[in-house]
Design a protein around this ligand. Structure first.
Ligand code: AP5
Ligand code: MG
Length: 217
């Protein structure tokens, strides 16, 4: 049962790759961003706290996201976990160690998606997803096969994230550089970090990740 972190700035492809791993390997995608967006949509107390922070592109509190990850791990006790968008601070990295130890789990890999920030703005502003089944698409890089119809469920309704505008993306990137990138040495000293080329195509990035998980890279 592998437990891995996908680390990278907004638009690096964490969610795209985590969803694929979940579908192909029976692992569970634990995305704090998705969990928070669900809380916002449902109007829960956490959602009410997180909404404005997320719209500004800033980070939600360490305590909230760490608790969400703990719940996610408990709900998937028998599955390997893909941490997508968590941890994002040193405090979250330490919280994750504790959450894993308490459950007799350990981290196998921290996969860093190395990307060119300027290209990410294009990736993010072109992103949309199916309103019904959540499948992710991109205006240029991953359009639906039939315009306006979801490939997976046939729905004709799509949504775009509220924080996917250029200004908020810049703030999200600055947050990544200031708070998240500095946690890499925490994992490097344990020999866990594998850096891969996140600018390659979706399939090529997937192949690089598979090679790491299969121990062939
Ligand atoms: P979150 O939802 O985690 O957003 P993010 O980190 O900004 O990352 P994204 O989801 O934007 O990008 P991604 O790497 O998943 O890329 P994707 O695969 O979609 O967090 C949102 C907010 O929630 C934060 O700002 C914060 O407020 C809060 N939050 C969440 N977690 C938190 C935490 N731990 N602590 C505190 N606050 C937290 O790909 C992007 C697009 O590119 C897609 O359209 C895709 O089709 C396309 N694409 C993907 N890969 C490729 C490729 N190889 N080539 C071409 N196109 C590609
Ligand atoms: Mg994502």
């Amino acid at each position: 049962m592998l437990n891995i972190i996908l680390l990278g700035p907004p638009g690096a492809g964490k969610g795209t790759q985590a969803a694929r791993l979940q579908a192909t390997r029976g692992m569970i995608q634990l995305s704090t961003g998705d969990m928070l967006r669900e809380a916002v949509a449902a109007g829960t107390p956490i959602g009410l706290k997180a909404k404005a922070v997320m719209e500004r592109g800033e980070l939600v509190s360490d305590a909230i996201v760490s608790a969400l990850i703990g719940e996610g791990l408990d709900a998937a006790a028998d599955k390997g976990a893909i941490f997508d968008g968590f941890p994002r601070t040193r405090a979250q990295a330490e919280a994750l160690d504790l959450l894993l130890t308490e459950r007799s789990r350990s981290l196998d890999h921290v996969i860093e998606l190395a990307v060119d920030e300027d290209a990410l703005v294009t990736r993010i502003t072109g992103r949309f997803s199916c309103a019904k089944c959540g499948t992710g698409y991109h205006d240029s890089f991953r359009p639906t096969h039939v315009a306006g119809v979801c490939d997976v469920c046939g729905s004709t309704e799509f949504v775009r994230r509220k924080d996917d505008n250029e200004q908020t993306v810049r703030t999200r990137m600055a947050e990544y550089r200031a708070k998240t990138e500095p946690i890499l040495p925490y994992y490097e000293q344990r020999g866990l970090v594998r850096s891969i080329d996140g600018m390659a195509s979706v399939d090529e990035v997937a192949a690089q990740i598979d090679a790491i998980l299969d121990g062939t890279a």
